[in-house]
Write a protein that binds this ligand. Structure first.
Ligand code: 9J3
Ligand code: ZN
Length: 262
């Protein structure tokens, strides 16, 4: 790791390294039973197997309405292999609303850093949140409630609250151009627009995508999520090149907005 950034992990990135199905770290996983925790519904922790690179930043990920952790499981090894501890969770009930999902993301972060079997591998000062749909709505709730979080990424997020000027956490909003459940016009775009203009923020609209695109492996979601988490959880400016200048529209990107440089 570079002397000027004690948090940087892994080799210098390239476009192919952030698009790859796995990063440079071999990963392990451990299940967390819902019977042994309070405040969320258990889940699976994915983490770099080696302890020789010190601690890692961590991210908790919530599924959406009626869904289970299986619906976001692909992100576990995908992100962990790049050098993060990743906790995909179940919620207390699959019908929990976004505010509850936000509380549950924070409870799971607390469990991860204080009680879990991998707590010694986690840097408790470098944490982030992600989620799909109502879990994305919960991601915004968690960031609003805990401004010490370093990164937030709602994926086709859904929330009745459209205004997020309170957020102080660098936030990447991911929407889908063909989403008819949480249309970008009613959800992701107002979320993005309402975040403070001074905040490190970005809006990625996936092209040819639906509300459920975040439920299966997706290279565009992965490469920009990895870059955002690296840039803001690890303060790893090697990843700034993938975020700024603003990526152009393409076969997979309908629109990208943001404030650069970060
Ligand atoms: O988590 C989601 O998929 C939220 C979208 C939804 O079904 O909202 C209807 C109440
Ligand atoms: Zn609001």
């Amino acid at each position: 790791q570079a002397a000027d950034n004690p948090y940087e992990r892994g080799p210098a990135p390239s476009n192919s390294s952030i698009e790859a199905s796995r990063g440079s770290y071999a990963t392990s996983q451990t299940s967390v039973s819902s019977l042994l925790v309070r405040g969320f519904g258990g889940g699976t922790i994915y983490y770099p197997t080696s302890t020789s690179d010190g601690t890692f930043g961590a991210v908790v990920i919530s599924p959406g309405f009626t869904a289970y952790e299986s619906s976001i499981a692909w992100l576990g090894p995908r992100l962990a292999s790049q050098g993060f501890v990743v906790f995909t969770i179940d919620t207390n009930t699959t019908l929990d609303q976004p505010a509850s999902r936000g509380d549950q993301l924070l409870a799971a972060l607390d469990y991860l850093t204080e009680d879990s079997s991998v707590r010694s591998r986690v840097d408790s000062s470098r944490l982030g949140v992600m989620g799909h749909s109502m879990g994305g709505g919960g991601t915004l709730e968690a960031a609003k409630d805990r401004p010490s979080l370093k990164a937030a990424i709602p994926l086709t997020g859904w929330n009745l609250d459209k205004t997020w000027p309170e957020v102080r956490t660098p936030t990447l909003i991911v929407g889908a151009d063909g989403d008819t459940v949480a249309s970008v016009a009613s959800h992701s775009e107002p979320f993005y627009n309402s975040l403070p203009s001074s905040l490190d923020k970005a809006y990625l609209e996936l092209r040819g995508a639906s509300h459920f695109t975040p439920n299966t492996s997706n290279t565009t979601i992965a490469k920009y999520s990895i870059s955002w988490l690296k840039r803001f959880i690890d303060n790893d400016t090697r990843y700034e090149q993938f975020l700024c200048p603003i990526p152009s529209a393409s076969l997979t990107i309908a629109e990208y907005r943001g404030n650069c440089p970060h």
